[in-house]
Design a protein. Sequence first.
Length: 95
Amino acid sequence: MAIPPSPTPTPEVPAAPAVKRRRRVLIGIAAFFLALAFWSAINPFGDKGYVGISHGDHTHYVPEDRDPDVSISNFPTTPPGPDERILPDGRVVRR
């Protein structure tokens, strides 16, 4: 005598196109964030022309054309104003 199959429902498996679409969306999101990470690594200064460098409990703002012979301590601890520029030696001047 054969035992009849149990009436328990089988779990629904998503259709193949839905799985592919979900995978593409996740890959797209990951690629977007990876591109942002690469862009910030390639162009750390952006349009500002300077970058903040943490120095102990404060930040010094250093221009992209910084003189390597000048100590980080010689650069300002506040970002320049909209009409100001940081020179390679650390001085802040009007544009």
